[in-house]
Design a protein around this ligand. Structure first.
Ligand code: ADP
Length: 406
């Protein structure tokens, strides 16, 4: 192996309450490394360790924020790098403090901790604020749940899934992710709630029930409460999805990022006991194009199977005969059954016009329908369900994983 050529580097001196915003370049292989050489700093709520190098993946966008001033060394050539003095961090910190006071109050009353929901259009920093609030809570020793209802750009499993995850430590700076060990994933199979609204709401309702069960079983989860991320689609059925999530989880607080009308609509439609708090978005949030989001989804699927740097995985394979599996679909989904497990795959819904004349359309959106294996299977993502039989409510049952299949 040859020696790596010396890389360009630059030291950035940050004043108190400012942040260095970075975007890593697109190309694979052109890594950016950051190192805190003086002072203290954090990345979306996670403390940066002094003199430790962190590598940013291609296309990663982040801010290194400092409360008291610091110097950050950046190695490599980022696509974008600048210091901003205008951040909403004080407001976000105050929000965190208010939420934690509510945790204390609820704990004294023996009640479940605060359920906080994020709402707003795409690219306003909802996921980032979720991560910040959860990482701050973890730094206080809290163990809240991350509930991810964003089926478009989910942060935990593959796109098209929802998830509940117990947070015990702040998110990892390099991957931006929380430890996924204590997570339950629900397969939905599409990237917008409107694809099968009934299935979406069914899954959300069972996740809320599961969250309550976890609260009963674990005092730390009970006092931690949860932070819920939602889809960036806030019109029509997207709005209805938001209202359903809020009702299912009986949220205490909705943080609305940069959306006045949404704030007013939610104040009108949610119970008076729910506090709707408008918050500004950070100027650092980078708008992503449709194409960028699509690529992100593809990356997320690939990372699910092959891992994310620096923790690459190599999936191993074994054969399963079609005679050992039973294929079903839930509404617009297809499900496979192997001994005690099920797999779902996405398939197009049958249009009303395709139904025989005079046949009444029943609402089959969460019905389990048996299917034959076809070639189509090889171009779909399947989910291995934890349901024990087709008699069970498969739609409301978590997924054991998404096997890679050929
Ligand atoms: P949403 O969930 O609302 O779609 P995200 O929280 O995913 O938005 O933010 C969009 C992108 O902007 C992400 O890549 C995130 O890392 C980046 N980002 C968020 N806040 C900042 C910031 N202050 N500086 C730089 N990049 C940021």
């Amino acid at each position: 192996g040859g020696e790596r050529p010396p890389r360009k580097w630059k030291d950035w001196a940050l004043e108190r309450e400012t942040e260095l915003r970075l975007e890593a370049p697109d190309q694979e292989g052109s890594l950016i490394d950051i190192k805190l050489v003086r002072g203290t700093a954090e990345v979306f709520g996670t403390e940066v360790a002094r003199n430790q190098s962190y590598s940013l993946c291609p296309r990663m966008k982040l801010a290194i924020f400092t409360w008291h001033g610091c110097t950050v060394r950046v190695e490599g050539e980022p696509q974008v790098a600048y210091i901003s003095e205008e951040t909403p961090m004080i407001m976000y910190l105050n929000t965190h403090i208010a939420v934690d006071q509510l945790r204390h109050r609820r704990e004294k009353e023996g009640q479940i901790g605060p359920r906080v929901m994020l709402a707003g259009a795409t690219d306003v920093g909802k996921s980032t604020l979720c991560r910040l609030l959860l990482s701050y809570a973890a730094r206080l020793g809290r163990q809240p749940c991350l509930v991810d209802c964003d089926v478009g750009q989910g942060s935990v499993s593959i796109p098209g899934s929802l998830c509940v995850l117990s947070v015990e430590r702040p998110a990892d700076i390099e991957t931006g992710e929380f430890n996924k060990q204590a997570s339950l994933v629900y397969s939905y199979g599409a990237t917008t709630p409107s694809d099968n609204f009934k299935l979406y709401t069914t899954v959300v309702t069972s996740m809320a029930a599961m969250f309550r069960e976890r609260c009963t079983a674990r005092p730390a989860t009970k006092s931690g409460g949860c932070v819920i991320n939602t889809c960036g689609w806030v019109e029509g059925q997207g709005y209805n999805a938001l209202v359903h999530v809020a009702e299912a989880f009986e949220v205490d607080v909705v943080l609305v990022l940069d959306h006045e009308r949404l704030t007013l609509d939610l104040q009108r439609d949610l119970p008076k006991t729910t506090e709707i708090v408008p918050l500004p978005k950070s100027g650092g949030v980078v708008a992503r194009t449709r194409e960028f989001r699509r690529r992100n989804r593809e990356d997320a699927v690939r990372e699910y199977f092959y891992g994310k740097r620096p923790h690459l995985l190599s999936p191993f394979s074994f054969e399963v005969a079609f005679s050992d599996i039973q294929i079903c679909k839930i509404g617009v989904m297809v499900t496979q059954h192997r001994r005690q497990h099920f797999l779902f795959i996405s398939a197009p819904a049958v249009p009303q016009s395709a139904l025989p004349l005079g046949m009444e359309k029943v609402d089959g959106s969460v019905l389990l329908v048996h299917e034959e294996p076809t070639k189509q299977l090889s171009h779909t993502i399947v989910s291995l369900s934890m349901a024990n039989s087709t008699e069970e409510d498969v739609a409301s049952t978590p997924s054991a994983g998404f096997p890679l299949h050929h």
